[in-house]
Design a protein around this ligand. Structure first.
Ligand code: ACM
Ligand code: ZN
Length: 531
């Protein structure tokens, strides 16, 4: 079988050289694709989506497919437990978990996956082929599998709040790009967004700020209270919605910094015990959880006990970034803790804090992710590092034998501007200049040796929302750069920017069909550096 197949990029290159320009245009590029001769297969209204095994998850996936095809292609397809159908779905345990095989033959379409997730990714490929060719599809065979197990996207729902419907719309966008992790940023200085039943004041006080700063952190505020949180029922709804798209939701509960909303609610969580507020400006604040008092750990453990009931994910993100140590330096309880635990300084106190919370998570069957700052005072072997201040934290962690998710701000911060002249062209970003070509150039392995590379779990794009207030703006920041990250996460080293440009034209038609906003700059060339 294998010798019949060509690497997809090589095949596309051959077709381009011969002048054919309608070769399959898929993002991410599949591992192997070969076109067969024949007049094609017509997926029409009378078609059935057949699941011979009747597998429950595959049946649900078939229903998802029927809904998408009805919306995107005006096709009415009937899912059925049957061994005959024009679109047949099956598991093939000989394939890797997320791998799939897609065959379009004159008698029908067959998608086989190592698991239902693989079948789901085969369908995402089919969606793109339908967008390119319409319902008369050329005959072909594709064999495909991801390079990385972790392909993530983060949405900050603290700086601005996004409704359950908007979060679901974001998940839909991830699904099309074969992204399988949704990192949900739920607590921060400017708002606590997750219902915790044991601490109801978090919803009354911590979820609301009195007003929001205007512009890029000017001295003026809008005077309008701003708030929102997700009930536990809503969170379960989002987790189920994500799961039906084979996306695992990883919640982030920030500690010990970015804690103002919690401290404003329960001032005993801070070192001084008073004078806190839910922040109305953006930035890094000195109000952090007190590392000296036992009551802080009891609170956070009770919070996490509810969090792990809501989120079945293997990983829980505990933040750990941007934690000023000023209040710890002046706090008698924190200083006592440093002496009692024989710690050298406040950096080691941060490690003590994070290690203690990680141990709690491990005792409850979960693993911790933390931002790369947690490396500073020493970490356990079991911590997974999210490298955001460039790739250097990730490189150091991989060399130390820790697992790593690469999300360097140099390539993966999708709240950065996409052109070098934002004043003229763009809706607000936080700053910087991160055109798609830069995102696409990310090397997740950077300077790592062959052995060290095995610690890289994957890549992630982050959407911080200080300056992003609507779903349309989220989409504008995410698309098309998320497609570049999707290609990196799926294909790793098999990349070609010019070919990607050609293939993106098809994905763009699907964005249009869905009514998703996307930034035009990559498509019209205005993301090039200003002369
Ligand atoms: C971060 O951007 N502070 C992780
Ligand atoms: Zn303290």
């Amino acid at each position: 079988m294998k010798n019949l197949l060509f690497p997809a990029l090589a095949l596309i290159a051959v077709l381009s050289a011969s002048g054919a320009d309608n070769s399959p245009a898929l993002v991410p590029a599949p591992q192997y694709l070969v076109c067969d001769s024949g007049s094609g297969f017509d997926l029409c209204d009378a078609s059935r989506i057949a699941v011979p095994s009747g597998d429950r998850v595959l049946m649900q996936t078939a229903e998802y497919m029927a809904r998408e095809l009805s919306q995107e292609n005006k096709l009415t397809l009937k899912p059925a437990k049957s061994s005959v159908g024009e679109l047949l779905l099956a598991k093939d345990p000989s394939l890797g978990d997320e791998a799939y095989r897609l065959r379009i033959a004159s008698e029908g379409i067959r998608i086989e996956g190592g698991s239902p997730a693989g079948v789901f990714y085969g369908f995402q490929t089919l969606r793109q082929l339908l967008a390119q060719y319409g319902t008369t599809l050329p005959l072909m065979r594709i064999e495909d599998a991801p390079a990385f197990a972790y392909r993530g996207a983060m949405l900050d729902c603290c700086r601005h709040f996004f409704t359950v419907e908007e979060v679901k719309a974001f998940l839909d966008l991830l699904a099309l790009h074969k992204i399988n992790r949704f990192h949900w940023h739920l607590t921060d200085d400017q708002g606590w967004r997750i219902e915790i039943r044991r601490y109801p004041e978090l919803m009354k006080i911590g979820s609301v700020r009195s007003e929001t700063v205007l512009g890029h952190n000017t001295s003026a505020c809008d005077g309008v209270p701003y708030g929102g949180y997700y009930t536990q029922a809503e969170i379960r709804e989002v987790v189920a919605y994500a799961s039906s798209r084979f996306i695992e939701v990883i919640p982030e509960i920030e500690m010990p910094g970015h804690a103002s909303a919690a401290l404003a609610t329960y001032p005993w969580l801070g070192c001084t015990g008073s004078g806190y507020k839910v922040q109305t400006r953006w930035g890094v604040f000195p109000e952090v959880f007190c590392a000296g008092k036992e009551s802080t750990f009891e609170f956070l453990q009770q919070v996490l006990a509810e969090v792990i009931e809501l989120f079945p994910s293997k990983y829980i993100h505990l933040g750990g970034d941007e934690c000023p140590k000023t209040s710890w330096k002046e706090c008698p309880s924190c200083q006592q803790r440093i002496r009692d635990e024989h710690l050298k300084n406040e950096n080691e106190l941060q490690s003590y804090f994070v290690l203690r919370m990680e141990r709690w998570l491990n005792e409850h069957g979960r693993n911790m992710i933390g931002w790369d700052e947690i490396l500073e005072g020493g970490i356990s072997k079991s911590a997974t590092i999210m490298s955001w201040r460039g790739s250097s934290g990730g490189i150091a962690a991989a060399r130390a034998g820790n697992k790593v998710i690469m999300t360097p701000n140099t390539h993966c911060y999708l709240d950065y501007y996409q052109t070098s002249d934002p004043q003229r062209l763009e809706p607000w970003g936080i700053g910087g200049y991160l055109p798609l070509s830069k995102t696409y150039s990310l090397d997740p392995y950077d300077r790592l040796t062959e052995d060290e590379r095995s610690y890289i779990l994957g890549v992630q794009g982050n959407i911080w929302t200080e300056y992003i207030v609507s779903l349309a703006h989220v989409q504008h920041m995410a698309l098309p750069r998320l497609a570049a990250l999707s290609e990196i996460g799926w294909t790793c080293e098999r990349r070609d920017l010019e070919d990607f440009r050609r293939r993106m034209e098809v994905l763009r038609t699907l964005y249009d069909r869905k009514g998703w906003r996307y930034a035009p700059y990559f498509f019209d060339g205005t993301d090039a550096p200003k002369p």
